[in-house]
Design a protein. Structure first.
Length: 141
């Protein structure tokens, strides 16, 4: 899944967590001069990362390099269709085609992608030609 930023740059969504909660108070913090900092929220340690605004530096290239390095560190095992169907139904009440459409978009050619289990615990969609690797928002572990 991709988002379009205000400057028309495409960024990939690495994951989504669905939650249902009542009205919640939120605090959006930006700490001048700090790229990352640590906070404790409800007894949980959280590392917060600000956008690194360095004039003249190509942030998009840095993000792409980080994504590529992360992908290279993941091992993949192809999931057989019946096994995938069973796992997605039990865990998420989805069938494989719904899963692929949700991750790739309604107009995508879902038959050109296979589903793999990544060593990072997530399902990945990899094009049959191996040129596209997309990390899904769904965990298999």
């Amino acid at each position: 899944m991709w988002l379009l930023t205000s400057d028309q740059t495409r960024v990939r969504v690495a994951g989504v967590t669905k939650r249902t909660a009542g009205e919640q108070r939120v605090h959006n913090l930006t700490v001048a001069g700090l790229n990352s900092y640590h906070v404790v929220v409800g007894g949980v340690d959280v590392l917060v990362h600000n956008e690194d605004e360095r004039p003249g530096e190509d942030c998009a290239a840095t993000e792409r390099a980080a994504e590529e390095a992360a992908e290279e560190s993941v091992d993949f095992n192809k999931v057989k269709e019946r096994r995938l169907e069973q796992e997605l139904r039990e865990r998420y009440d989805l069938d494989p085609h719904e899963f692929k459409r949700e991750e790739l978009g309604r107009g995508a050619k879902v038959s050109s992608f296979d589903v793999y289990k990544g060593s990072d615990g997530y399902y990945w969609l990899i094009s049959k030609d191996g040129k596209a690797k997309i990390k899904s928002a769904y965990k298999w572990k």
